[in-house]
Design a protein around this ligand. Structure first.
Ligand SMILES: NC(=O)c1ccc[n+]([C@@H]2O[C@H](COP(=O)([O-])OP(=O)(O)OC[C@H]3O[C@@H](n4cnc5c(N)ncnc54)[C@H](OP(=O)(O)O)[C@@H]3O)[C@@H](O)[C@H]2O)c1
Length: 331
């Protein structure tokens, strides 16, 4: 998994994959990872120096099922069989319809000893974007919200700007650089005129998307005038005249694996109400506002039993602020 992570955003929209080949006594014989989209897969790199080595007693570890089809590169499952690798340990099966168990089956039929599902949860989280795209046909969605400790994003009227501190701002910029697109609504553009680019962290700036059904975003807004890429979305709309988030998400460019929503309470709540948020990242500043615009408004729950409860929670102090990350769906 550590090797896989080195592929980072360079492999998009492919998954990050790392591979290690270990000998009978535990010595590392070969290791590699998928470096960039279109390049050789991790298994090819890990096996490249082992052409004349007897691998019948070796174990090949890989976080995602080896491919079984001719894509930009030949099937890795065939290569593993050709090299005579004795045992293969796979973290997670690949839900890509062109693989989905066929890679493992190819190995099994060739007599390779197989173990599937080792550190499976971690391996799936590692490629959450790829897996969400393959299984649900939409990108993985992280929703970020910055709020006062008592749950307000802004005074009811007037400007808000940054509630949280410099460290949180750097963290949000790093989250943007991991995303393929950052999404907001016209309310945020009109109130704050944000750039939504990456300036306080290393990495590339993602595509900016504004869901502006009524076309109210002015030409002079930074997202439309600073020279970086922005997609303004006007359709399709649901009966209320609002953009139908679920159908829009499933039509989004398939090369987009990760979307970061940085919108105000209206659009953020619509994403939550639609069950379209995989991960919720809430930065809480140690300030009390006593009133204002609440972070989330919809759907309002009548009883505590109906409250939205995450499958997992992580807490992290970022500067003076607290980052609470809620996992709402396991990839
Ligand atoms: N603290 C933070 O993390 C943070 C982040 C961003 C913004 N803010 C603050 O939030 C405030 C703005 O809040 P906001 O709620 O007005 O802004 P918003 O959520 O960014 O934009 C709201 C608009 O999104 C549009 N929209 C498009 N599709 C939608 C859908 N399916 N469902 C609902 N809305 C949809 C609607 O415009 P139409 O009616 O034209 O369709 C709606 O009025 C500002 O004060 C800003 O500073 C805070």
């Amino acid at each position: 998994m550590e090797l896989a992570r080195r592929g980072a955003t360079d492999v998009r929209p492919n998954p990050m994959v790392g591979c290690v080949v270990v000998g009978r006594t535990g010595e590392v014989l070969g290791a590699g990872w998928h470096h960039r989209f279109g390049g050789p897969h991790a298994e090819v790199h890990a096996l490249e120096t082992l052409e004349r080595v007897d691998l019948s007693g070796a174990t090949l570890y890989v976080n995602l099922e080896p491919c079984s089809f001719h894509g930009k590169t030949p099937p890795c499952a065939d290569l593993i069989v050709e090299r005579g690798v004795g045992t293969v340990v796979i973290g997670a099966l690949d839900p890509n319809p062109r693989v989905s168990g066929a890679g493992a089956e190819r190995l099994r039929q060739a007599g390779v000893s197989l173990r599937i599902g080792v550190l499976e949860k971690e391996c799936r989280i590692l490629n959450a974007g790829f897996l969400t795209r393959m299984t649900l046909g939409r990108p993985h969605v992280t929703l970020k919200m910055a709020q006062s400790l008592d749950g307000f994003v802004a005074p009811r009227k007037g400007t808000s700007q940054w509630i949280t501190g410099d460290s949180a701002r750097r963290r949000v910029h790093a989250m943007r650089s991991w995303a393929d697109a950052v999404l907001t609504g016209p309310g945020t553009i009109l109130a704050d005129d944000p750039s939504l680019t990456v300036r306080h962290a290393p990495g590339r700036s993602p595509l900016r998307i504004v869901l502006d059904a009524r076309g109210v975003v002015p030409d002079g807004a930074k997202v439309l005038s600073d020279g970086n890429r922005t997609l303004i979305v006007r359709a399709p709309q649901d009966p209320s005249g609002r953009i139908d988030l679920k159908s829009w998400l499933s039509d989004v460019d398939p090369s987009i694996l990760y979307i970061l929503v940085e919108a105000g309470p209206t659009l953020s709540s619509a994403f939550l109400a639609g069950g379209l948020v995989d991960e919720l990242a809430v930065f809480s500043a140690p300030i009390l506002m006593g009133g204002g615009m609440p972070s989330f408004t919809d759907p309002a729950r009548k009883t505590l039993a109906e409250a939205l409860r995450p499958g997992g929670v992580q807490y992290e102090q970022v500067g003076l602020d607290m980052l609470t990350t809620l996992s709402l769906r396991q990839p």
